[in-house]
Design a binder for this molecule. Structure first.
Ligand SMILES: [Mg+2]
Length: 370
């Protein structure tokens, strides 16, 4: 079994709900879908999609460009030898975790189809029947955020992530207070600033909200700033954007900086690398999520698959972009949110999705062994 061909597709995901973060709003991100085809014609699917160029260093056009180096490096390899596949990609190119993730996820899907096993089982098996998710409350006036928090809790969500940053901190504090006032006892609140505060602002907000039970997610831009504010803040610190690989995550656990992580499959480089991160986080009892930046049913299925293998006690859930856009690849089996939980796709082995050959149109690039 060898990789015969890698096909790359560009799929715009039209948004249907406004999604705001500090200093950016998501418009219509172009997802990159990868088909890894083996010597028998079996296809594995992978995907990577960045919400916006302000949010993280990768860019959707750049992901497709990186595949012009990564795909030729894996053609001819055995897709079930994921260590070899990942080593070949890392040797071919430094960084560019997103393109690597798309190929890695496609190889897992292909391996599952070949062995007639789900990716969840290949990753060690499900620890939960359904994976909880969290929902974002965007940057809005306090009363709008509170109304949204009530609506989401009425829908059954028990994990809310309030966005903050990119405006005067008085407004952030007012929004946090307004949402905290309507929180039900079972609901957990995280305030995610997506790097938007200075250390001084983060300390002021945390101290002004000392009576509120919440976590502070990525309040400042860099690990150095997070270290600086750590001893002054009153809330558990969750690291997202600075958690880029096993090495950085190990360092932030051992230094005591991180109380938890918001992790993205494509930023870490795919399921193979995320599995190692998962094992470290679970061994050190550090809560983590299994999210992605954005994207459709393929990356959502991969995120939920890994999310299902987390010890539920240390799982921060899996976030998927499906409520925010209208481009769904598998209407019957794609992961969907119901009452705050996501069920795993049941369409067959691998990622569990049923996708048609050719449904993504013409590839923008094809890399093959001929
Ligand atoms: Mg985050």
């Amino acid at each position: 079994m060898t990789i015969r061909e890698v096909r790359v597709y560009r799929v715009p995901l039209e948004t249907q709900a406004r999604y705001t973060m500090s200093n950016s709003t998501v418009s219509t991100p172009e997802s990159t879908i990868v088909e890894v085809v083996d010597s028998s014609g079996l296809i594995g699917y992978g995907e990577a999609c960045m919400a916006s160029p302000q949010f993280q260093p990768a860019h959707n056009g750049g992901i497709r460009e990186s595949l012009s180096v990564l795909a030729p490096a894996v053609v001819g390899l055995d897709p079930t030898q994921l260590g070899v596949v990942n080593a070949a990609m890392d040797t071919a190119m430094a960084g560019h975790a997103e393109g690597k993730a798309a190929i890695d996820i496609a190889c897992w899907d292909l391996m599952g189809k070949k062995l007639d096993l789900s990716v969840v089982d290949l990753l060690g098996g499900s620890r939960t029947a359904e994976v909880h998710t969290y929902h974002v409350v965007g940057i809005n006036p306090p009363e709008v955020s509170a109304t949204e928090a009530i609506r989401l809790q009425d829908e059954g969500l028990t994990h809310l992530q309030l966005k903050a940053g990119g405006r005067p901190i008085d407004e952030d504090i007012a929004a946090i207070r307004a949402v905290a006032d309507v929180l039900r006892p079972e609901t957990e609140l995280t305030v995610d600033t997506n790097r938007g505060w200075s250390t001084a602002e983060a300390i002021q907000v945390s101290q002004a909200c000392a009576d509120i039970t919440m976590s502070a997610e990525q309040p400042c831009a860099t690990e150095a700033e997070l270290l600086q504010l750590k001893e002054h803040i009153r809330h558990p610190l969750v690291v997202d954007e600075n958690a880029t690989d096993l090495r950085s995550i190990a360092r932030m656990i051992s230094s005591g900086l991180a109380n938890g992580f918001g992790l993205k499959l494509t930023r870490v480089g795919g399921l193979t690398k995320m599995r190692a991160v998962r094992d470290l986080c679970m061994a050190t009892r550090t809560p983590m999520s299994s999210d992605d930046a954005w994207g459709g049913d393929i990356i959502a299925a991969a995120s939920v698959a890994l999310g299902a293998t987390l010890d539920p006690h240390f799982s921060r859930g899996a976030w998927i972009a499906h409520p925010y856009h209208q481009t769904h690849y598998d209407e019957s089996n794609g992961p969907r949110i119901e009452k705050g939980f996501v069920t795993l796709p049941q369409g067959g082995p691998g990622l569990g999705l049923v996708l048609e050959d050719g449904q993504f149109g013409d590839p923008v690039a094809v890399y093959s062994d001929v």
